[in-house]
Design a protein around this ligand. Structure first.
Ligand code: PEP
Length: 250
């Protein structure tokens, strides 16, 4: 049985007090959702610590949205994976399309970030996905395959056993356009096949999340698909009620 996961990427939203309120709201309604669903929230760095404190004693995990390529030292403005782990975080989102697009993250960068994450016992939520032009040119399978081969294929079997993948078509992120449940299943199944070619049966244990305008009204249909193990949620993660309702989609 693969883990069912609903992870919230708060991006550059919420001030510390707002983040704490949001986390409290998620914690308050959590019992209404099946305990089989693993909730993760990923606030901005500035209040990771406060959100970890707020969620202590609950089963809601906290993750960061990125980490540095280096372990420590003269890297002004960067946040090391060890610092994130020291706060009590368990996850780190890596390779989000906004980081690839706006901050020039490449597979080379991401290989180093993945190493840092594992060296500090953080589980990476590794994001892959094609843009609109690539989808329209029918290149989405090749794009996603390359993003996996260039990074995930460098992991050991032990590391791979502690990985979450998020498929997020760039054209569906924050646009209100969602991939259909069939489109999601098609590419999730393909991703699993690619993973199987390298890691064998362990691919069947890897949670693959869908991300891109996922909301309470479409989560159920998408999560019903065999190879969709949950969602990475942006906009709808900023309202506790919506985030929890997405969890009820299983
Ligand atoms: C995201 O950026 O991870 C995301 C899925 O955003 P949204 O749900 O807002 O499309």
């Amino acid at each position: 049985m693969r883990k069912k996961i609903v992870a919230g990427n708060w991006k550059m939203n919420t001030l510390p007090a707002e983040g704490v309120e949001l986390a409290k709201g998620v914690a308050a309604g959590r019992a209404e959702v099946c305990s089989c669903v693993n909730f993760i929230v990923c606030p901005p760095f500035t209040h990771l610590w406060q959100v970890v404190e707020t969620l202590k004693g609950t089963d809601i995990a906290v993750g960061a949205q990125d980490c540095a390529t280096e372990a420590k030292g003269a890297y002004t403005g960067e946040i090391a994976a060890s610092m994130i782990a020291a706060l009590g975080c368990k996850y780190v989102i890596l390779g989000h399309s906004e980081r690839r697009q706006y901050y020039g993250e490449t597979s080379a960068t991401l290989n180093r970030k993945m190493e840092q994450a594992y060296a500090n016992s953080l589980t990476p939520i590794y994001c892959v996905g094609e843009n609109l032009e690539e989808r329209e040119a029918g290149r989405h399978f090749d794009v996603v395959k390359a993003q996996i081969e260039e990074v995930v294929f460098n992991l050991t079997a032990e590391q791979f056993a502690d990985l979450v993948i998020a498929y997020e078509p760039v054209w569906a992120i924050g646009t209100g356009k969602t991939a259909t449940a069939e489109q999601a299943q098609e590419i999730h199944a393909y991703i699993r096949e690619v993973l199987r070619s390298k890691f064998g049966a362990a691919a069947d244990e890897c949670p693959i999340l869908y991300g891109g305008s996922c909301k309470p009204s479409n989560a159920q249909e998408i999560f019903a698909k065999a190879d969709v193990d949950g969602g990475l949620i942006g906009g709808a993660a900023l309202k506790a009620e919506d985030f929890l309702a997405i969890g009820k989609g299983f």
